[in-house]
Every structure is written in C-alpha cells, then in structure tokens.
Design a protein around this ligand. Structure first.
Ligand code: HEC
Ligand code: HEC
Length: 282
C-alpha cells in the first residue's frame, strides 16, 4: 500500500460505511441458512436412522419378532439393521418378500459364508420353522412376493393336460439355462444354473418369484400362479422321476453308454492281466 492517496482512503471509508449494514444482513442470512441446513440434515438423519422406528417392534407379529432375533444374529453383518443392505457386503432385502428368504435360507445359500460369485447351496443352517420366521420378518419389513400356502401340485398330479402344459412352459421358459432334462448347465463368468432334480415344489415356486442371480424373475404377469403350478408339476412328477436315464448300475447317472464303457475297460484289463500271466508261466 505505497500509494494510499486521500481519495482512495475516502473511498474506503465510504464503502465501509455503506457495507456495514449489508454485511450484518449477510451474516444473519448465513446463520439462517445454516440453521435451515442443520434442521434439514437432522430431519433427514432421523428419517433414515433405523433406530428412529426400528425399536418399535410392537407392530411385528410374534413370528416376525422371533425372525428378527435370528436375523440380527446371522444376517445383520451383511444385510444391515432392518435389512437395508450394507455397501459391498449384501443387498437390501426391502421388498424381496418372504419368497426370496425362503429360497435363499431354505436351500442353504444364506447365510453366505464368504463373498463369492454365486452363493453356494449348503445344508440349511435353520430349521423350516426358523426359516419361515426370518421370512416373515423380512416380509413385514418391506413386503414383496410370497409363495402361496398349501400344496402347490394338488389336483394337478393326476392331470395329464396340466403335465403337458407344464412341460411346454418349462421348455419355453427354463431349458435355455437348466437344460431339457433339468440337469442344469454352466453360464458365463463362473456362474451356473443348478440341476433341478432335488429341489422342492416350494423352492421352485420361490425361485420363479425371486429370480436368484442370473435367473429372471417370473412374476405373476409372466407366468400366472396356475402356470407356475403346472411347471412345478412337470418338474416334480416328470423330470425328477425320470432323472435316472437307464442302465442297470446307474453309473454317474449317464445311462447305458457309460456302463458299456465301464464293462469294456474292466474286460480289457482282465484280458491284459490274463495274457501277462500266461506269458509269465511259459
Ligand atoms: C457374508 C455376507 C452375508 C450373510 C451373512 C448373509 N447374506 Fe444374504 N446375501 C449376501 C449377498 C452378497 C447376496 C447377493 C448374492 C447373490 O446374488 O447370490 C445376498 C442375497 C440374499 C438374498 C436375496 C436377495 C434378493 O434380491 O432376492 C436374501 C433373501 C438373503 N441374502 C437373505 C439372507 C438372510 C436371511 C441371511 C441370514 C440368515 C443372510 N442373507 C446372510 C450376503 C450375505
Ligand atoms: C437365464 C437363465 C435361467 C433361466 C431362464 C431360468 N433359470 Fe432357474 N436358475 C438360474 C440360476 C443362475 C440359478 C442359480 C441361482 C443361485 O444359485 O443363486 C437358478 C436356480 C433355480 C432353482 C433353484 C435350484 C436349487 O437347486 O436350489 C430353481 C428351482 C429354478 N432355477 C427353476 C427355474 C424354472 C422353473 C425356470 C423357468 C420358469 C427357470 N429356473 C429359468 C438360471 C435360470
């Protein structure tokens, strides 16, 4: 500030005098905005903090309360409190419905032991009752598709038309991944569509409703509940009964050709050893 002329000094004093009230106003404005932001953040925080409404368990049915306890012990680490999901660990379960839980827990896929491309099928860790309780809890938290109660193949088993329709629907909708015999097959990037030979009617229904992994969701608009039942009838009454493709010893379930090969190999080995033995004698 070498050239502080009187004119400039006057100008500065003038501007300070004029600026004073506006700066105060600005300060008040900033404070108001700050308060508003704080209030907003607080509101948003309260709205999204599970605790705000979570501890109010009174709305949960008894089964769901039991399910919540199991969930809090075994699932919370990856799916979070109130099943909101945890970044990079497990997805939100809000809206997946009891069907998805019954499928994932009932087939032993969940709880997942470690992060992998595709949750492995294991011996289920929970009894069917416990599985239903966890499913009920997730259902009451966020709603979603449910497997209908009662037998899924009643009245259809003895009905050849239902069986035929089920077969047709299966061929159109399912064979591209699970193959014509239901033996399953490999998909891209280390994933696979499993065999359908041991799966229960309820889990087939739940799989269609929830579309695990690469499997599409077959909602009730794509396949009506009756069509789902027909497909299930076809899988359980036909595919699962026919899975033995023939042959007396059922070697690897691959049919008579495998057995022919096995008998041939055993025969050759016996011949070789017999000739060696004869050669050794002479
Ligand atoms: C180690 C972490 C982990 C644990 C523990 C775990 N999960 Fe999961 N869960 C995952 C991951 C990751 C996925 C997505 C996997 C996939 O797509 O195959 C998933 C998917 C699911 C799904 C399918 C969601 C959908 O979109 O349909 C359900 C349901 C589920 N888990 C329920 C449970 C329940 C119930 C438990 C406790 C009994 C549990 N999980 C424990 C990691 C976990
Ligand atoms: C695009 C490929 C694809 C199609 C089409 C498909 N699925 Fe799947 N399916 C899968 C995959 C992948 C899995 C394994 C999911 C997992 O392990 O989480 C699976 C799993 C299943 C399971 C669980 C099997 C078990 O052992 O637990 C059933 C049941 C099933 N599918 C039935 C069906 C039916 C019925 C249809 C036709 C309406 C169908 N799928 C169509 C890919 C497919």
């Amino acid at each position: 500030m070498t050239s502080d002329t009187p004119a400039r000094r006057r100008a500065r004093v003038f501007s300070r005098r004029r600026g004073a009230p506006s700066r105060a106003r600005r300060r008040v404005g900033a404070a108001v905005r700050m308060l508003a932001a704080l209030a907003l953040a607080g509101g948003v925080y309260t709205a999204f903090t599970p605790g705000a409404f979570a501890e109010d368990n009174t709305q949960l049915s008894t089964a769901a309360q039991q399910g919540k306890q199991l969930f809090d012990n075994s699932c919370i680490s990856c799916h979070g409190r109130e099943a909101q999901g945890v970044q990079d660990r497990g997805p939100s379960l809000i809206g997946v419905g009891s069907a998805s839980v019954e499928f994932q827990v009932g087939t032993g896929r969940m709880p997942m032991a470690r992060q992998e491309a595709q949750a492995e099928e294991k011996t289920p860790q929970f009894t069917p009752d416990e599985t239903k309780q966890i499913a009920q809890y997730v259902q009451e938290l966020g709603g979603g598709p449910q497997v209908p109660a009662g037998s899924l193949t009643e009245n259809l088993k003895e009905n050849p038309e239902a069986l035929a329709r089920g077969g047709e629907l299966f061929r159109v909708n399912c064979t591209s991944c699970h193959s014509f015999t239901g033996a399953g097959g490999a998909l891209s990037s280390g994933k696979f569509a499993p065999a359908l030979h041991d799966v229960t009617a309820e889990h087939i229904y739940a799989a269609m409703l929830s579309g695990p992994q690469n499997m599409p969701v077959f909602g009730d608009n794509q396949l009506s509940p009756d069509e789902k039942r027909e497909i299930i009838t076809y899988i359980t009454q036909q595919l699962q009964q026919d899975k033995d493709p023939g042959g007396i010893f059922n070697l690897g379930g691959y049919g008579p050709a495998t057995e022919g090969l096995a008998i041939f190999l055993v025969g050759i080995t016996i011949l070789v050893f017999t000739s060696l033995w004869i050669a050794g004698k002479s």
